[in-house]
Design a protein around this ligand. Structure first.
Ligand SMILES: NC(=O)c1ccc[n+]([C@@H]2O[C@H](COP(=O)([O-])OP(=O)(O)OC[C@H]3O[C@@H](n4cnc5c(N)ncnc54)[C@H](OP(=O)(O)O)[C@@H]3O)[C@@H](O)[C@H]2O)c1
Length: 168
């Protein structure tokens, strides 16, 4: 299956690598390809620059958010909490139509690294989810997979999806 992932952070990369190993075709989306490939320092979570990661995962394509959304038969949302709606807007609402959308995002602030408590971004989870759902309202089905508290690579394969869009 063709899968588009919006988000170049640790979650997007982890899912991309696993799905690619499972023989799915994967494209990760970013705001600006040149900027992302030019990064030379680890991100705030200590992940290596994207270019280094892609050298180890050369079958995973990199495109803009719109490229990845167009590419994917399934689209995974994996962007920083409060910018998720912006990423969807940049990807183009029309590119979600009729597709399965998997939401991994949370309205949490990881900007200081590891969170010590649930530092919300100013809106509640239901409001956050409604904002996302409004923008992808023509999807066939919206689902969330809980990747918390375990090995992301195995849990993506095992966790039962819910039948509606909800943050974890
Ligand atoms: N469901 C779960 O169990 C679970 C577990 C862990 C994390 N999460 C959630 O997964 C999501 C991804 O986490 P992460 O650490 O991998 O990534 P992240 O560092 O939170 O987000 C990185 C992505 O956000 C994009 N971004 C940053 N500012 C933006 C803006 N103004 N407009 C549009 N996009 C912007 C970046 O774009 P560029 O590529 O252009 O830089 C990048 O693709 C988060 O919401 C996190 O809370 C969920």
């Amino acid at each position: 299956m063709k899968i588009g992932i919006l988000g170049t952070g640790g979650v997007g990369r982890t899912l991309a690598a696993k799905l690619n190993a499972d023989e799915h075709e994967v494209m990760i989306g970013t705001r600006n390809i040149a900027d992302t490939m030019a990064k030379s320092k680890p991100d705030g979570m200590g992940n290596p620059p994207f270019k280094e990661w892609q050298e180890q995962n050369s079958k995973v394509k990199l495109g803009t958010f719109a490229d990845a959304a167009k590419f994917g038969e399934t689209i995974i949302l994996a962007t920083y909490g409060d910018v998720t709606t912006n990423a969807i807007d940049l990807a183009g609402n029309e590119n979600f139509s009729g597709k399965l959308v998997v939401n991994t995002t949370n309205p949490l602030d990881f900007s200081k690294g590891v969170i010590t408590q649930n530092e919300k971004i100013g809106i509640s989870t239901p409001v956050f989810v409604r904002e996302i759902a409004k923008r992808v309202d023509r999807v066939r089905k919206s689902r969330t997979r809980d990747l918390h508290g375990g090995n992301r690579e195995t849990r993506i394969a095992r966790h039962r999806p819910t039948n509606h869009l909800q943050a974890m």
